[in-house]
Design a protein around this ligand. Structure first.
Ligand code: MTE
Length: 334
């Protein structure tokens, strides 16, 4: 443990910095045999092919969006600069390093795109790329994003409530859960092509919510940030944002939303069920088995390694969702 943190926060032995946590999370994958060999791969093996093939692929483009500002849902916390939110990412389909996605996803093509909503609904539907931006009034909302690795950001997302889309599909009364799936396209996503790059995850990346969580007005489908469409590394063209849950629930580049009557499998829970639960509500009093969740490094000003450490809040400060869990023991349902 670094001495630099001692004056502000009292750490127990199992409490470590989020940098150490990030390496610890990688160590888990390493113990399963998936980290390390990537260092042996050449740069070309990392990408979609030989570099002259990649050069011909167009760079992913962002464009400005029109939106209203919904301040009643926005935090006044200082925003994380765009330059940090778009260069320090978790998107294992493009590599396990924090700076891999910005580099490896820069040619990721998202138009055309299809997002399918089906399962236990009366009106299955498919949204094309333009529908993602035109079907619903887009709103800007600044939300806190708390990663399970104990760092956090404040990001001005642009999007619409997931509930609006689900209502359009008209769920059957038997629907109890919502399952989400990321694009599976190994030609574009090197981590899906090569298990050593993608951390041994069984792709596509999948996530899930209970239907009442999905219908909560805070739950957003985001198509943009900082006034523009999403960059590929942040989950273009459409991703989930559930601000009271650890960041791994906020699945990127979604192609399918399926309503179901059973709790759906989720990627990190499959990988390490004793470490990552289905619910994954931000909870400072429930430690991860290998590190504390009592505090977090807020990435705002200063370098990406700045030490702006703050206490973590229950439900990441979004305590209005507490009633969703009133009859549940959240130490069991972590
Ligand atoms: N979605 C997919 N498909 N693949 C991923 O690796 N990482 C998750 C989540 N969504 C991930 C994903 C994790 S661990 C976090 S913390 C957030 O995305 C990070 O979002 P950001 O890079 O936009 O900050």
């Amino acid at each position: 443990m670094s001495k630099r943190f001692k004056p502000s926060v009292v750490f127990k032995d199992n409490q470590v910095t989020d940098e150490a946590v990030y390496h610890d999370r990688r160590r888990l994958l390493k113990s399963m045999g998936f980290v390390g060999a990537s260092a042996l791969l050449s740069g070309n093996a990392y990408g979609q092919g030989w570099f002259w093939e990649r050069e011909e692929k167009p760079l992913a483009q962002q464009r400005p969006l029109e939106f209203t500002n919904n301040s009643s849902f926005s935090t006044n916390d200082t925003l994380t600069p765009e330059s940090k939110a778009t260069t320090y990412n978790n998107f294992y389909e493009f590599g396990m390093g924090k700076d891999d996605p910005v580099e490896e996803a820069k040619h990721f093509q998202t138009d055309p795109w299809q997002l399918r909503i089906d399962g236990l609904v009366n009106k299955p539907l498919t949204l094309g790329y333009d529908d993602l931006f035109n079907q619903f009034q887009l709103e800007e909302r600044a939300y806190r994003l708390r990663c399970v690795e104990a760092w956090s950001m404040v990001i001005p997302w642009i999007g619409f409530e997931l509930g609006q889309l689900i209502r359009q599909a008209d769920p059957l009364s038997s629907a109890k859960y919502v399952a989400f799936e990321t694009l599976y396209d190994p030609d574009q996503m090197p981590g899906q092509k090569n298990r050593f790059i993608g951390g041994g995850i069984d792709y596509p990346y999948v996530e899930g919510l209970r239907l009442d969580e999905a219908m909560h007005p805070l739950t957003l489908l985001s198509v943009g940030m900082y006034g523009k469409t999403l960059p590929p590394q942040n989950g273009a063209p459409i991703r989930l944002v559930v601000p009271w849950k650890y960041g791994f629930k906020s699945i990127k580049s979604i192609v399918r939303i399926r309503l179901t009557d059973k709790q759906p499998p989720t990627t990190w829970n499959i990988l390490a069920p004793n470490e990552y639960g289905f619910y994954a509500n931000v909870n400072p009093s429930v430690a991860h088995p290998r590190w504390s969740q009592a505090s977090e490094r807020r990435i705002t000003t200063g370098g990406v390694l700045n030490r702006n450490r703050i206490p973590t809040q229950p439900f990441n400060g979004y305590t209005e969702v507490a009633s969703l869990y009133s009859n549940m023991d959240l130490t069991r349902f972590y």
